[in-house]
Design a protein around this ligand. Structure first.
Ligand SMILES: NC(=O)c1ccc[n+]([C@@H]2O[C@H](COP(=O)([O-])OP(=O)(O)OC[C@H]3O[C@@H](n4cnc5c(N)ncnc54)[C@H](O)[C@@H]3O)[C@@H](O)[C@H]2O)c1
Length: 355
């Protein structure tokens, strides 16, 4: 009997959709059938490169016409909810790009729809597929760190305001560096600390560079659209978890710092850990010990991205377990949502418990 192929579609065919396509093209058991995007040039480029024939301006037309098994949702953040819900209701499994949504309420509706429709919803968090993150999660599960007391989370760029896409537009993205890049480091720290339930958040945000012309200072991504820039340059926040742990989060597109910083550190009562470099700090043999793995598989971006895509296909076709369920995306969304709500109300602590 011929192998069943996963009939696959894409909603949003821009930059990151291309990375999904490049990886899915490796699989004999995936047939890339169609894509929907409001911009014809992206569809044409990707259609020719990957031999994807179906091209639609409206994702609902694609869902009605193509009898798809699964889709990747790769639209701007504000447009994650509607296509995800439409695709789930059309019978598709969904891999939604990060962040899950632009708000926790939207994320809740997405997760609820997946349950009601009995379809799989995964969040495209590739960083938890990074061997460093797997190493730290395993160390936590083995008890090497004890109880996590504190996590220090940083996604800081000295000057890295995107000069493409709509990353500076709050109404389309839901926020700036916190929701765009902070989400990556926050999700892997949360995963490595055993996914505790977040209960409250407090934050402050600052805008002081992105809303001004970029021309005067040399930097790699000059020319961002400062006139439509309505997001923060820097966010600093604190999250409390039901088990008593606390996380401090810093995220910036632009900050006056020495260099970019992409890392998290865990402080446990038995041991500590850092992601970059991947290390564990403990007391053993009468000494304070620093331990690091002797070998790790490919930790580069491509490696973890490929693992994320392969895992989703295996989850859909062969029912293999996923480490990136929509529920984990929702937990992170609650944190992001609470941090932004707090910042909007002057920095007071807000409740982010699930109802
Ligand atoms: N996992 C990662 O590392 C990663 C990296 C980059 C982006 N992303 C996420 O992927 C999403 C897209 O980012 P991108 O960098 O690909 O942006 P992009 O601007 O390159 O692509 C977005 C695409 O969505 C299309 N679009 C807009 N409105 C639409 C609509 N109504 N219907 C159909 N298509 C529509 C645009 O025309 C565009 O082609 C964002 O949520 C972003 O956070 C994830």
């Amino acid at each position: 009997m011929p192998q069943k192929k996963l009939r696959y579609g894409f909603i949003g065919a821009g930059g990151i959709a291309g990375a999904h396509m490049r990886n899915l093209a490796r699989r004999d058991d995936v047939e890339m059938v169609a894509m929907a995007d409001v911009a014809e040039p992206s569809m044409q480029r990707h259609g020719e490169q990957f031999g994807i024939k179906g091209r639609y301006a409206d994702w609902n037309e694609m869902l009605a016409a193509e009898d798809l098994d699964a889709v990747s949702v790769c639209t701007p953040n504000k447009l994650h909810e509607a296509p995800t819900i439409d695709a789930l209701n059309a019978g598709c499994h969904v891999l939604c790009e990060k962040p899950l949504a632009h708000s926790a309420a939207a994320g809740e509706r997405m997760v609820a729809t997946a349950r009601e429709a009995s379809r799989k919803l995964c969040i495209a968090f590739q960083y938890r597929f990074n061997p460093r993150t797997q190493f730290l999660r395993r160390a936590f599960e083995d008890g090497a760190l004890g109880n996590i007391l504190y996590a220090r989370v940083r996604a800081l760029r000295r000057r890295g305001i995107p000069n493409w896409g709509v990353f500076g537009r709050k109404e389309l993205q839901g926020g700036g560096p916190l929701i765009d890049i902070g989400v990556h480091v926050l999700e892997m720290a949360h995963y490595a600390m055993g996914s505790p339930e977040p209960v409250s958040a407090a934050a402050d945000t600052f805008t002081y560079i992105g809303d001004k012309p970029s021309e005067e200072i040399e930097s790699a991504w000059k020319g961002w659209d400062y006139k439509t820039y309505t997001v923060e340059d820097l966010a600093v926040g604190r999250i409390r978890f039901a088990n008593g742990a606390v996380a401090h989060v810093e995220a910036a597109f632009a900050a006056h710092i020495d260099k970019d910083d992409w890392n998290f550190e865990l402080f446990g009562d038995k041991g500590g850990a850092s992601w970059n470099p991947p290390r564990i700090f403990t007391d053993e043999h009468g000494h304070m010990m620093d331990k690091s793995p002797g070998w790790l598989p490919n930790t580069a971006f491509d490696g973890m991205f490929t693992r994320k895509m392969m895992s989703f296909v295996d989850h859909c076709l062969y029912d293999k377990p996923t480490i990136a369920p929509g529920e984990d995306g929702l937990a992170v969304q609650r944190m992001l949502d609470g941090l932004y709500r707090s910042a909007e109300s002057g920095g007071a602590e807000v409740n982010i418990r699930a109802d």
